[in-house]
Write a protein that binds this ligand. Structure first.
Ligand SMILES: Nc1ncnc2c1ncn2[C@@H]1O[C@H](COP(=O)(O)OP(=O)(O)O)[C@@H](O)[C@H]1O
Ligand SMILES: [Mg+2]
Length: 444
């Protein structure tokens, strides 16, 4: 891997040198002679992550150069030192080099301007052609290879920091393509479960609605085209899961993703209305853009806060929060993929918003027969004394959802362990049950 990068960096340095020589050479005919495009990149003849990245994205000369330039601060920061050259006449850095400053890095950090200078020099026509490469629909940014960071509104676009995305940087260093990680700038988290589709216990009505949703996910193009509906139907699908806590809303969202082969990201709503006013829209748009290009399912847990009647804005903070929620709802509405919103209470969701869902799925408390399956599933690999009898009795008697039953299992195991037993008995389970029922204000 390092050998490939080494050659690549070498190529990049040759171009930097050539451009400097060309740009600062006094003789006009010599300036014409030096063509950076003539300096060909090395062959990529292995399947290193770098080669994969270049080949899979079919990066051409310029795109590949821009990519390496964005890597230099990480792999060879000194290669950019020539940009510290000052303009002697003016006693200040050369404007045409671009570059940005960070707090702790002492080297030069490239911007789009830097790439334009190196690839186009003072050739305006080429510069204009190359500016296309930094548009949001160009593959370098659309495929999330680069992450251009814009400064203040009104600044020229080319002064955006030219940065490799953290996922690709990690891919290039470790060879592992990681899922983006939760951060203050990315308030969403990939949710996964060790449970399988078969473990999901749902009543018939709920199951039927979920089957419909899955059919839509698998066949939406067929439905839109085959039935001539594309003109009138939106591509996106927004579905509300509602019902008491612990009935499997989060689990179902996760398992749908597993079943259809899509990642499910849970958006953290408490972070959405952030204290960093103005950051929120940027963070949200980051999530929605990635979700769209990577075909994620977006999951909003405890979404009630979004749909309640908006608070009257009494101060500028409230107004900002309301504005951010409107922005979020707009993005949810325009999203061309699957959005699942979960709520414990339906009554909190205002009518106006209800109409915007393609479907609402109710997750009721499980019936005795479903509870029996849940009891059996949860303790499937556990040794329980008299299990059949106990489970039958408890499933009949206690109306508890799956979430509460997993808590009961935890208490029961704890109780057996403290009593130095490997086998769980009725008393252990009863203890767990009474704790769990207490939480819900009921008695055993
Ligand atoms: N319908 C169900 N089928 C199987 N397991 C369930 C079900 N409902 C809840 N569970 C168990 O309870 C846990 C918590 O459920 P969760 O999906 O978080 O509920 P909700 O999101 O509705 O509050 C799940 O991870 C699972 O172990
Ligand atoms: Mg949940």
């Amino acid at each position: 891997m390092s050998a490939v990068l080494d050659k690549e960096i070498c190529w990049c340095r040759q171009i930097i040198d050539a451009r400097f020589e060309q740009y600062f050479s006094a003789a006009a005919d010599e300036r014409k002679m030096i063509q950076v495009q003539a300096i060909l990149p090395p062959e990529l003849d292995d399947d290193s992550p770098y080669a994969q990245l270049v080949l899979q994205n079919e990066l051409n000369f310029e795109e590949r150069f821009i990519l390496v330039l964005s890597l230099l601060p990480h792999f060879c920061p000194q290669a950019l030192d020539s940009f510290f050259l000052n303009n002697k006449v003016l006693g200040r850095p050369y404007t045409e080099f671009g570059g940005w400053h960070s707090k702790s890095h002492s080297g030069f950090l490239p911007t789009c301007e830097t790439a334009l200078f190196l690839l186009a020099g003072d050739n305006l026509e080429r510069r204009i052609q190359l500016m296309r490469f930094f548009e949001t629909d160009h593959k370098l940014t659309a495929n999330r290879i680069l992450q251009l960071e814009y400064g203040e509104p009104g600044e020229p676009k080319n002064s955006a920091a030219l940065r490799i995305s953290s996922e690709y940087l990690e891919f290039l260093t470790t060879g592992v393509q990681n899922k983006p990680d939760y951060s203050i700038h990315f308030p969403a988290k990939l949710i996964t479960s060790r449970l399988q589709w078969e473990d999901l216990v749902l009543g018939d009505v709920t199951r039927c609605e979920i089957d419909q949703l899955i059919t839509w996910i698998n066949h939406s193009d067929e439905i839109l085209d085959g039935f001539g509906l594309r003109k009138n139907l939106k591509r996106g699908y927004r579905v509300l899961f509602y019902g008491p806590p612990g009935t499997g809303k989060t689990l179902t969202a996760t398992l749908i993703g597993k079943k259809v082969g899509m990642d499910v990201y849970r958006v953290d709503l408490s972070q959405v209305v952030s204290k960093y006013i103005g950051e929120t829209e940027k963070n949200l748009s980051n999530i929605f853009d990635q979700a769209e290009s990577r075909k994620w399912i977006l999951f909003f847990d405890e979404a009630d806060s979004l749909f309640g009647t908006r608070t009257q804005a009494s101060n500028s903070n409230d107004r900002a929060a309301n504005q951010e929620i409107s922005y979020l709802l707009q993005r949810v509405e325009d999203f061309p993929g699957i959005v699942i919103l979960a709520s414990n209470l339906k009554s909190n969701i205002d009518e106006a918003f209800s109409r915007r869902f393609q479907s609402s799925v109710y997750f009721p408390m499980p019936e005795p027969a479903e509870r029996l399956i849940l009891w059996n599933n949860i303790f499937e690999k556990t040794q329980v004394e008299n299990r059949e009898e106990i489970f039958k009795e408890f499933a009949e008697k206690y109306e508890l959802a799956g979430g509460a039953l997993t808590n009961v299992a935890r208490y029961a195991a704890l109780s057996a362990l403290m009593d130095n037993r490997k086998i769980i008995n009725k008393c252990d389970i009863q203890e767990g049950l009474s704790k769990e029922l207490q939480k819900e204000g009921k008695a055993l």
